[in-house]
Design a protein around this ligand. Sequence first.
Ligand code: RB5
Length: 150
Amino acid sequence: MKIAIGSDHAGFELKEEIKTYLKELGGHEVIDHGTYDTRSVDYPDFGIKVARSVAKKEVDRGILICGTGIGMSIVAGRFKGVRAALCQDLYTARMSREHNDANILIMGGRVVGKGLAREMVKIWLSTEFEGGRHSKRLEKIEKLMEENID
Ligand code: RB5
């Protein structure tokens, strides 16, 4: 899978951990949009890069990390075609795929530990969207996005 990843300073350490994990898993191409150290930055700058690349279908999935995950969720949710899910445990990570077809996984670097985050990424990458009644619901959200453009 082609995966875009990004964080702010508060998510930097977890981003690096996830990059290491994705390398261990193998079979993924990871595009790191920064940030590249722990100096203070503005999370929208990095959220925009990852969400835009998912919206433009340059990558299959995105992973975003800030301190809580909340800021990145707000940013990513502005992009058409992006289904960003702020997840905090294995259940939400799995359900975000099964029911919401999430294409961006968002985590809080100050919320989830490295071990849990690794497991969340594993389950999130390997869980399929269930489709069916959930597709109809996602279509309604996408339609709303179109209406909101003007
Ligand atoms: C940075 O201190 C923090 O505000 C940011 O990482 C994020 O949690 C915002 O939602």
